[in-house]
Design a protein around this ligand. Structure first.
Ligand code: ATP
Length: 393
């Protein structure tokens, strides 16, 4: 079948009451944004509970489906034949043509489910089901009707135009980007943080990201890996503004002044302070990290509490109760795993102590931080001011 149009199904956003149009408009915008980079000259429109993408020229079917499968908010992608209402006999002929072109092998069972959005249409749905069933059986005698468990469920929607479709390709689900504010992802080169960003973005949150690097202790390649990860996540979220913060002086200073078993937690607190300052500048409403309870020393409940103590914005940790394998499974699904496991050094691991505290005490950590003079505030200011901003698409 040479499809020209797609019917886009969305679930959750269909139940958003009076705000529904906002969600639909955001989804239309995201679909439009994604398809405009591809061939096909797509027009994206909405019509009472339905979104359509219609091509005006030739396009690569797989490429378009792949693009739509990266748009949060879509639960199903139905390639469809959309026709004008040119009378009942024409509808019958078009359905026969659809089945003829869509299925090479006609040895299947089917059921027709018609729905009249346009109640003026002269034939009621039940009658349409029976009549179309009959013309299909006559045209293709190998087919059989099975109303309980059909191989092919042929849907015919009689609206302003008539939609004929029988296949639903799953979409990613979630909510359209741009419907739930913006958050700052602390993006490292590991497996977890890209997955954390993906999960929060899937709820409609626009992402910005911050990466801390420590040249010359961390390489250009390590930075490039984070840029590559941001680009992979951006396939789902749209462009991500990545702030690359030079953390070297701060790390060296903390290393000089503070007990080494507290380095990880104190560095983490400075990362959060800096990420939050940039987040506030960018109107982000929350921070996101890839932490999960107990994974490493800095991810015990005590450590998470001590880290949180420096943040005013809420810190979202979508992986908090996930096992590593569950996180790996998502990273494989979203295609970040292979990049995440490339063996480049991370700035936290370079200065890590042999036996970091696993149950830090807030008072003690605050006491240790008093060893850092006003110099640290200057360093934080400089790190924020001199950050590099990379647009990842
Ligand atoms: N260099 C960094 N730049 C930005 N964020 C970082 C950096 N290092 C750590 N983080 C943030 O802190 C979280 C915990 O990092 P940590 O190194 O303890 O764990 P991890 O399991 O290695 O995480 P990941 O797999 O995301 O790197 C990360 O998920 C990320 O959100």
């Amino acid at each position: 079948m040479n499809y020209r149009s797609f019917l886009i199904k969305y679930a959750e956003i269909g139940v958003k009451g009076k705000n529904r149009y906002l969600f639909e408009d955001a989804l239309v915008k995201q679909i439009h944004h994604r398809l405009k980079r591809l061939e096909g000259g797509f027009t994206v429109t909405k019509e009472a509970g339905r979104i359509y993408a219609e091509a005006s020229e030739a396009f690569d079917f797989d490429e378009v489906v792949n693009a739509l499968q990266h748009v949060f908010g879509i639960v199903g992608i139905c390639p469809m034949l959309q026709i004008e209402d040119n009378g009942y006999e024409d509808l019958k002929a078009q359905v026969v043509r659809y089945i003829g072109e869509a299925y090479e092998n006609k040895n299947f069972t089917f059921k027709v489910v018609a729905r009249r959005g346009n109640k003026q249409y002269p034939v009621v749905s039940d009658q349409i089901n029976r009549d179309l069933g009959e013309v299909i059986l006559n045209a293709y005698p190998e087919t059989r009707v099975d109303v309980h468990n059909p191989d092919v469920l042929l849907r015919v929607e009689v609206r302003h135009k008539i939609n004929i479709f029988s296949e639903t390709i799953p979409g990613p689900g979630g909510m359209p980007i741009g419907t739930a504010g913006k958050a700052m992802l602390l993006l490292s080169g590991g497996i977890d943080s890209p997955v954390a960003g993906y999960m929060v973005a899937k709820r409609g949150v626009t992402l910005e990201a911050t990466y801390f690097h420590a040249p010359p202790y961390t390489s250009e390649r390590a930075k490039q890996k984070v840029v590559d990860l941001a680009k992979l996540v951006a396939k789902y979220t749209g462009p991500i503004k990545l702030n690359v913060v030079n953390f070297t002086d701060i790390q060296l200073y903390i290393y000089d002044q503070c007990p080494h078993d507290e380095l990880t937690i104190i560095m983490r607190r400075y990362m959060m302070r800096i990420a939050e300052a940039i987040a506030k500048e960018s109107d982000c409403l929350a921070l996101i990290t890839g932490e999960s309870i107990g994974q490493v020393a800095s991810q015990t409940l005590q450590s998470l509490g001590v880290t949180n103590a420096v943040c005013e914005l809420p810190v979202m940790r979508p992986l908090i109760a996930f096992d590593k394998q569950d996180i790996v499974d998502i990273s494989l699904k979203i295609d970040t795993y292979e990049t995440s496991v490339l063996p480049y050094e991370d700035c936290c691991t370079i200065f890590v102590a042999k036996h970091p505290v696993t149950k830090p005490n807030l008072k003690r950590i605050e006491m240790s931080e008093t060893k850092l003079s006003e110099k640290i505030d200057e360093m934080v200011k400089t790190a924020i001011e001199t950050r590099e901003v990379i647009r990842c698409i």
